[in-house]
Each structure stands twice: as structure tokens, then as C-alpha cells.
Design a protein around this ligand. Structure first.
Ligand SMILES: [Zn+2]
Ligand SMILES: [Zn+2]
Length: 434
């Protein structure tokens, strides 16, 4: 049986409250033992000075296949995930066709099993054809393997549909993930409404467009007892509403994206469409609230909202270009550089938001290094300094606002079910381009 010893690493596994230096043994794709002797396995990975974490999970990723393969495929998106340290992603259903049928769920799962570099969990549509009219066949989609429901790209605008989705999903213990945006308020806005949008004279999206739907959804979750997950939370009042809802015992969780804790609307002064995303980059007080929410545990998860777009689309003028940026390959570096290094989060708290917390929300048996678990492992160099070079991305798209940034912290070795999918030191694995 194939065996690997990960020697002398600092194992941080928030699922077991573990943080200690040990030898971790992997046999036949599973975590088999701690404190294993140095000669326990044929293959040894020296993890001295490194952090050995459960394989990272990004629960908000757009893989674009089927339908938008010029921007990303299941193959390229999962390669980007592994390069960023992720061993599992949850993919969004705003594909073409949208993931609203058993057949499409099965297509994505099979393509991922055949061509994927990491595990792919499918999020299916809340509404048929993602049109916001009729509830999708939730039961059948769960049967096909869907782990959660979302119309992301669009909000679930109809409150009654949202109420029924939350209610119906209780039966399957699945979360409804909503992209909170009241379109009557956001209209044709391209950036956050504030002083900068006023100065630039650009049509703007008020924070209230997000706040109003967050409040609505929290009320609906409270009324139904359903499980609500707030996607890409970006506003001060949103964090406040979430904090209060949690205190009342509402079943609500939330994620924040790295761009919402590392950039402000000031970036739009460049008129560069790589700073255009939805929700938009907010003002400083919102960014500070997101950081505070991550810091005090109000925000459960860090997820990238990896949204690749073909170059010709992102080259368009700011008002014509699509929303969204790629995020898988910069997420960990931004967490280390912008949250851990400045002291907003310690390593165990940061890793919890990228491992056990998303696993719990999605109800997937991942995000842990318990004995017997799949050997999905991310070995991180916490001090590696590196420069973001989009030319080296494994993603098919390069729409990032972080080109040229110097970041700290990087995944060096990634194992998926015991198989080495990334090894920067030897270049002898799938990752030959890095
Ligand atoms: Zn969204
Ligand atoms: Zn999204």
C-alpha cells in the first residue's frame, strides 16, 4: 500500500483543536497515525518549519463548465485550486445550462472525477433555470449529490421563493446560500456608492442593496428554522445583522472574500475593471467591519468567489465589463498577509474558516486530519514571500487586482486523498509550470 510520512511539521487541525509538531502518517489515501516513527513510510515529506493543515476548502468557486469554457474548465479551475492550496471546492450553478437538473449535477461530478485535480462539490440552483420563478427539484438534486442551493450570480429576489427554499431544504439539512442584492437598489451600478463614486461620477451600488436582503433572509431563516448562508458578505450593517441573528440562535452562517478585507473602493480610481466585482469593493468602514467580523468569529468562512472571465470581456470599459475576479491562487497569501500577519486572526482561527467551518456548513466529510479521514492535506510555508504573477496562474483567466503584489504564505505541497497534486520543491508532479 502506498504510504507517506509528513515529518516534523506543525500540524494545525482546528477540527481536533490540535496544534503541535508531529509526524503524520498517510497510508492508502487516509490519515493513519500521528507520532509515527521516521521509517514508517517509503516516501517522506520534510515539513520542518511548515504548517500541515487539513486540505483547504473554498466553498464559493465558479468553475464555468459547462458553457463558459473559454474562461475556465473543471480541469483548469481545480488546477488553480490546488495551486492555491485547496483540496476541495464547491462550484456554483450559474453555468450554461445552469446546474438545475440531476443530469447537470452528474455531468459536473463525473467531469470532476475524471479531469479534476481536487474534490468538487456541487451547489445546485434554488430555482429552475436560475430564473427565480419556480423552485428547482431540490430532492432530486440532493439525490444526485448537490450539497447546497444557490442562484448565485443572481439573488433569490422573490421572498416567497426564498422562504420555500429555506423550508424545503430543512428536510435534507442543506443550506440555502444567497447572493444578497436588491436589484431595484443596485440597478446599473458598477461600484460602491460613496465619496469615491461621487468623485468619479460612476453609477453606484449602495450598501443598502445588500443590507436589505440580508435582513430579509435572516427574518425568513428565523421564521422557517431553515439554514441560511450569506455569500460574500461585504457591509458593516450586514455584519451587525449577522452578529445579532447569531445571538438569537438563527441558523445563519456567512463567508467573506479576500478582496473584501484587502481592498477598498479607492482602487476604482484606476478605472481598472479588475477592481469591479459584485458586491463591490466597499469603503474603509465596511472593510474594517468585515475584518472585525472575521476576527470575533461572526463570519464563519473565507471563500474566494473565484470568478474567471475571458480577457476580452474584462478588457472592456468599466461599465461594460463583467463583475468578478479570480481568487483561488491568491486567497491563502491574502489571508496570511492581511489577517494573520497584522494579528487579526491566529493560524488556527484562520484555518478553521478554510477547513472545518465550510465542511460543516456543506455537510461534507472534509476539513479534518482525524485518523481515518481522507488524506487531503495542505503543507504551507508560512514565511514564503512571493509575487503575484498572473502569467503563472493555473486558471485559464487572469482577471486579478493583485498582479505584482508581494504576499506572504503559500501552499508548498498539496495531497488529495494521499496523492501529491502539488509539490513546488521538486516540480515532479502535475504542477510543472510553477
Ligand atoms: Zn454572488
Ligand atoms: Zn459567486
Amino acid at each position: 500500500m502506498p504510504s507517506t510520512l509528513i515529518a516534523n511539521g506543525r500540524v494545525i487541525d482546528p477540527s481536533q483543536s490540535m496544534d503541535r509538531v508531529t509526524n503524520l502518517l498517510v497510508v492508502d489515501g487516509r490519515i493513519t497515525a500521528y507520532d509515527a516513527p521516521a521509517d514508517a513510510a517509503a516516501e517522506v515529506i520534510d515539513a520542518r518549519g511548515r504548517i500541515v493543515a487539513p486540505g483547504l476548502i473554498d466553498m464559493h468557486v465558479h468553475l464555468r463548465e459547462p458553457g463558459f469554457e473559454e474562461a475556465e474548465t473543471i480541469e483548469s479551475g481545480t488546477a488553480a485550486a490546488v495551486a492555491g492550496g485547496f483540496t476541495s471546492v464547491a462550484c456554483m450553478p450559474n453555468t450554461d445550462p445552469p446546474i438545475d437538473s440531476q443530469g447537470t449535477v452528474e455531468f459536473v461530478r463525473q467531469a470532476a472525477a475524471q479531469k479534476g485535480h481536487c474534490n468538487v462539490f456541487v451547489v445546485a440552483c434554488v430555482s429552475k433555470n436560475r430564473e427565480g420563478q419556480q423552485l428547482s427539484e431540490i430532492g432530486q438534486l440532493v439525490e444526485a449529490g448537490a450539497v447546497a442551493f444557490s442562484d448565485d450570480g443572481s439573488p433569490v429576489a422573490d421572498a416567497e421563493l426564498m422562504r420555500r427554499a429555506l423550508e424545503y431544504c430543512i428536510m435534507f439539512d442543506k443550506p440555502v446560500m444567497n447572493h444578497c442584492e436588491v436589484r431595484e437598489l443596485s440597478q446599473r451600478g458598477v461600484m460602491h456608492e460613496g465619496l469615491v463614486s461621487l468623485v468619479l461620477g460612476l453609477p453606484a451600488i449602495p450598501a443598502a442593496a445588500e443590507d436589505v436582503m440580508i435582513s430579509r433572509d435572516i427574518s425568513l431563516a428565523e421564521a422557517t428554522g431553515g439554514r441560511l448562508h450569506l455569500m460574500h458578505l461585504s457591509t458593516l450593517n450586514g455584519v451587525e445583522a449577522l452578529r445579532r441573528a447569531k445571538l438569537r440562535g438563527v441558523r445563519v452562517t456567512a463567508e467573506a472574500a479576500p478582496h473584501h478585507f484587502s481592498l477598498t473602493d479607492e482602487s476604482l480610481r484606476s478605472f481598472d475593471s479588475n477592481f469591479k466585482m459584485n458586491p463591490p469593493l466597499r469603503g474603509r468602514e465596511h472593510v474594517d467591519a468585515i475584518i472585525a467580523g472575521l476576527s470575533d468569529g461572526t463570519i464563519d468562512v473565507i471563500a474566494s468567489d473565484h470568478a474567471p472571465h475571458a480577457k476580452e470581456k474584462k478588457m472592456l470599459e468599466l461599465d461594460q465589463s463583467p463583475f468578478g475576479i479570480v481568487g483561488l491562487e491568491t486567497s491563502l497569501g491574502l489571508v496570511v498577509s492581511r489577517l494573520i500577519e497584522p494579528g487579526h486572526l491566529d493560524w488556527p482561527a484562520a484555518l478553521a474558516k478554510m477547513t472545518v467551518n465550510p465542511a460543516k456548513i456543506l455537510g461534507i466529510p472534509k476539513g479534518t486530519l482525524r485518523i481515518g479521514a481522507d488524506a487531503d492535506i495542505t503543507i504551507i510555508d508560512p514565511t514564503a514571500r512571493w509575487r503575484v504573477d498572473p502569467a503563472k496562474f493555473r486558471s485559464k483567466s487572469t482577471n486579478t487586482p493583485y498582479a505584482g503584489w508581494e504576499l506572504t504564505g503559500r501552499a508548498e505541497v498539496v495531497l488529495v486523498a494521499g496523492r501529491i497534486e502539488l509539490d513546488r520543491a521538486t516540480h515532479d508532479c502535475v504542477d510543472r509550470r510553477l
